[in-house]
Design a binder for this molecule. Structure first.
Ligand SMILES: C[C@@](O)(CCOP(=O)(O)O)CC(=O)O
Ligand code: SF4
Length: 396
């Protein structure tokens, strides 16, 4: 891979050991994937934040780094709401370690917004054609597919290295030839709400790591595209998809229809709604919404569904701190029911979820991950049913 003289000097350690290590990692990845050079990035989104997934080894690694990130960079969800962790039942020992991780990242100049939906933040925009180094798989899918920006699914460490250098290796989804659809998926019914999450769960399994092109009867809006992409990245490894006439690259380019085609039918979607993932012998004892983190519109929808209701079980609604702080009335309205709006974390990366046995979710991604990552069974349903089945919501 070609390196500029300045990059060569960094590699040789002239800018200190952290940048030397960061360059070594970027160049090693570039060599594996046959990148021609490094390219500048607009921003980084860095996974590897929850102490639950990082452990002491991860904490030690980031604590040893020095210097400052070169581009706007933010974090993925942590293992707890950084302010209301006690209400989640998080131990003081975990909270202390989690704060140490956050401080280590802060010292590197990384913004302490812990969210997988950085594209909802006012100060963190990404636009069509931007090169990025994002790591959370649903954020990667959204950036590539819905925004039309370009990022590989970076690992936490490689996103951090890219942030420190301000560049990433030019391979994978940064290149036009890897953005061409490889599989056509026709959807044989009208879809609404959580149907897109279920569709993603089914389509991800079929697509694996290929780039699907959807033909749909209904027109998904941005939050439905988010749910679709998140699920496909979890049940499969889809980092980029297109929806004919909806996502930006299909409107700007003339893609050849892929030779391989499949159809997804209503009956397949209904089957997922009826199937518990994991060992779901018990009734639902909790509900969670916000995987990926809720947009303001999704919070409003939850508030409308809980209007005049109270919940008997734990109901957790996850969003970024910025979205929660900018929408205090909606948050207040949700919390009047007894549900909690939690920030900086989620049901998958927080150890607080482990105390439940069966969670109702509206997310195909949470449905796929809860049994494996939290040993919690999951039922997937629309928000209203999640509130009733999982949250025990009833009239006030
Ligand atoms: C659960 C997930 O959404 C985020 C967890 O990653 P981490 O704890 O930030 O390394 C994984 C992913 O799909 O990127
Ligand atoms: S809310 Fe979902 S998409 Fe976001 S970090 Fe957690 S598991 Fe990933």
């Amino acid at each position: 891979m070609y390196l500029t003289p300045e990059e060569e000097r960094m590699m040789a350690g002239e800018s200190g050991p952290t940048l030397q290590k960061a360059m070594e990692i970027l160049v090693a990845l570039g060599d594996i994937y046959e990148a021609d050079r490094l390219i500048p990035i607009k921003s980084a989104q860095i996974a590897g934040v929850s102490y639950k997934t990082m452990g002491d080894a991860g904490l030690e690694w980031i604590s040893d780094l020095e210097g400052k990130v070169q581009v706007p960079s933010i974090l993925n969800p942590a293992g707890m709401d950084l302010e209301r962790w006690q209400e989640m039942g998080i131990s003081a020992e975990f909270a202390e370690k989690q704060q140490e991780i956050i401080e280590a990242y802060r010292n590197l100049g990384i913004g302490v917004q812990c969210t997988c939906t950085p594209y909802y933040l006012q100060s963190f925009s990404a636009t069509y054609g931007d090169h990025l180094a994002w790591s959370e798989s649903s954020a990667v899918s959204y950036a590539n597919s819905v925004i039309g920006a370009r990022t590989n699914r970076e690992g936490g460490p490689s996103a951090l290295c890219a942030a420190l250098v301000g560049k990433t290796a030019n391979y994978g989804y940064h290149l036009d030839e890897n953005r061409i659809p490889e599989l056509m998926i026709s959807v044989d019914c009208e879809l609404d709400a959580s149907d897109y999450a279920v569709l993603g769960y089914i389509a991800g399994k079929a697509a694996g790591k290929r780039v699907p092109l959807f033909k749909m009867r209904s027109t998904p809006h941005r939050d439905q595209l988010k749910a679709l992409g998140a699920a496909m990245a979890a049940s499969g490894a889809v980092a980029l998809y297109h929806v004919d006439g909806v996502t930006p690259e299909t409107c700007r380019k003339d893609f050849e229809p892929p030779a391989e085609q499949l159809t997804i039918e209503k009956s397949q979607i209904d089957e997922v709604y009826e199937t518990v993932s994991g060992d779901g012998i018990t009734e639902c004892d909790s509900a969670a919404v916000g995987c990926p983190h809720c947009s303001p519109e999704e919070l409003e929808d939850v508030a409308a569904k809980l209007e005049g209701k109270v919940v008997d079980n734990n109901v957790w609604i996850f969003t970024s701190r910025e979205v929660a702080v900018s929408n205090p009335k909606i948050v207040e309205s949700i919390e009047r029911s007894g549900a909690k709006v939690l920030c900086d974390t989620c049901m998958v990366v927080s150890p607080a979820t482990d105390k439940f046995s069966h969670m109702a979710v509206n997310s195909g991604k949470a449905y796929a991950y809860l049994p494996g990552m939290c040993k919690v069974a999951a039922t997937i349903a629309n928000i209203e049913k999640c509130m009733e089945k999982g949250g025990g919501a009833h009239s006030d």
